[in-house]
Write a protein that binds this ligand. Structure first.
Ligand code: NDP
Length: 449
């Protein structure tokens, strides 16, 4: 609930203006609710209309993406790039290809990205983009033609010092390769305009693993500091089975945990003895198949065709790594009732507001995605540094920097939470710490920057 009059007015005006953008309003409300103590301490925020400026993207681009399928039929999708905030650096954030993409989803992701990038301590502003194109079931040539058409418009809006996209749901190395190739062709230059590139043309070792590994480094630091324990011998559930989920599961296992459940949008598998990640990788990364196929190798594992039920599996640590609003109030209550000690988000805004309320009202440790999944963009920042230096760091060097960044993010948000809240509310800690840096940069750059 928002109490401060100024903050309330900013939110109500936004609701009137963008009443149909529910994901965006959800993300803004969650942030604004926690900023009240800062706003009350600093009258400049209202005087300089910092919040009004922060909730409105600097630029919202949408465009037509026509493409031709293998049978010669013409299709048209919508492409987006939301350049949300460049106060602390060039816009930075991924591209998502999924049928659920619309302006609201892209704005929520761009808004969140601004705070997340600020938390990394690197000089990156916030942005996000994508399309309502569905890559599922498309041939490789169809994917290529779509990516080329998408970039034929997007190229004029991006650049290494302006806006540097990366992958997200439905956009991995293959798609980044096709888009980078088209950018290079049109712009006639080879620059670090994308991150998440393949190693052969400027990608960073460790970027593929970064979000999932970073999530576990953050979680380990959180449970060590606040509960005096580690991943060792813990039962973990990981929702999703894409890039973030697979590498979160891999690091959790390396740290001694047993991952007992994973999912895709069709359902989840439960394997009491611990999931064999090599089989998941083969299904998802090589065959691009469904998680249910795990049972072909392990018939004694169980499959449930409702992915939202995964939270009913008893566990010590839950890592939601699939998509927004995948964990609702019932899921949260089931986790608390089963004695789960920590929930750390790999996905962006996977917990509904009702679920967050359940977590904050219980003893569970709850880490919001903008802090705990920042390892992906942080390593993208490291990829940009390597591209600028024309150097490649070793996997160990990148991984060590990632671990350091994630541990620093935990320390920062925990200290901020102790200063402004009760030391327990890491959502407030993350939002305030992310906000303050951007806010100070906006103040000194003047109103019409
Ligand atoms: P991928 O496309 O690689 O994987 C997404 C996974 O989530 C797939 O397994 C997909 O299954 C599954 N999924 C989608 N919807 C649901 C659902 N309702 N229930 C269960 N599973 C579902 O995406 P990423 O792993 O890259 O991204 C996952 C999340 O992490 C997103 O929220 C993204 O914004 C966030 N993130 C990603 C970063 C990155 O570096 N990639 C960085 C920071 C955050 P299916 O195949 O059936 O669709």
């Amino acid at each position: 609930m928002i109490n401060n009059n100024y903050v309330k007015k900013v939110y109500e005006d936004l609701c009137c203006k963008y009443s149909h953008e529910k994901e965006f309003l959800q993300a803004v409300q969650e942030v604004l609710e926690t900023l009240e103590p800062v706003v009350e301490k600093d009258p400049q925020i209202e005087k300089l209309a910092i919040l009004e400026r922060m909730v409105e993207p600097e630029r919202m681009i949408s465009f037509r993406v026509p493409w031709v399928d293998d049978n010669g039929n013409v299709h048209v999708n919508t492409g987006y790039r939301c350049q949300f905030n460049s106060a602390i650096g060039p816009y930075k954030g991924g591209l998502r290809f999924h049928p659920s993409v619309n302006q609201s989803v892209i704005k929520f992701l761009g808004f969140e990205q601004t705070f997340k990038n600020s938390l990394t301590g690197l000089a990156m502003g916030g942005g996000k983009g994508g399309s309502d194109f569905d890559p599922k079931g498309k041939s490789d040539m169809e994917i290529m033609r779509f990516c080329q058409s998408f970039m034929t418009e997007l190229y004029r809006h991006i650049g290494q010092f302006l806006d540097v996209p990366a992958g997200d749901i439905g956009v991995g190395k293959r798609e980044v390769g096709y888009m980078f190739g088209q950018y290079k062709r049109i712009a006639n230059e080879f620059t670090g305009v994308f991150t998440g590139k393949a190693l052969e043309f400027g990608g960073s070792l460790g970027r593929t693993e970064a979000t999932g590994y970073g999530l576990c480094y953050f979680t380990e630091k959180m449970i060590e500091t606040l509960r005096g324990t580690t991943f060792d011998d813990k039962k973990v559930i990981v929702s999703g089975s894409g890039n973030v989920a697979i590498y979160a599961a891999q690091k959790a296992i390396q740290l001694g945990a047993k991952v007992v459940a994973m999912s895709d949008s069709s359902g989840y598998i439960y394997h009491k003895n611990g999931i064999d990640l090599a089989v998941i990788k083969e299904i998802k990364e090589v065959r691009r198949g469904r998680i249910k196929e795990y049972l072909e190798t392990y018939p004694n594992a169980e499959y449930c065709d409702n992915c939202r039920e995964i939270w009913t599996v008893p566990c010590d640590i839950a890592l939601p790594c699939a998509t927004q609003n995948e964990l609702d109030e019932n899921g949260a209550k089931a986790l608390v009732a089963n004695g789960c000690i920590a929930v750390a988000e790999g996905a962006n805004m996977p917990s509904t507001p009702e679920a967050v309320e359940v977590f904050l009202g219980s003893d569970i440790l709850y880490a919001p995605g903008k802090a705990s999944n920042a390892g992906g963009v942080a390593t993208s920042g490291l990829e940009m540094s390597q591209n600028s230096l024309r150097l490649s760091w070793t996997f160990e060097e990148v991984d060590a920097r990632l671990k350091d960044i994630m541990e620093n993010i935990f320390d920062t948000i925990y200290e901020t939470s102790k200063k402004y809240a009760d030391g327990k509310n890491l959502v407030a800690g993350a939002n305030i710490a992310g906000f303050v840096k951007v806010c100070e940069a906006m103040k000194v750059q003047g109103i019409a920057y």
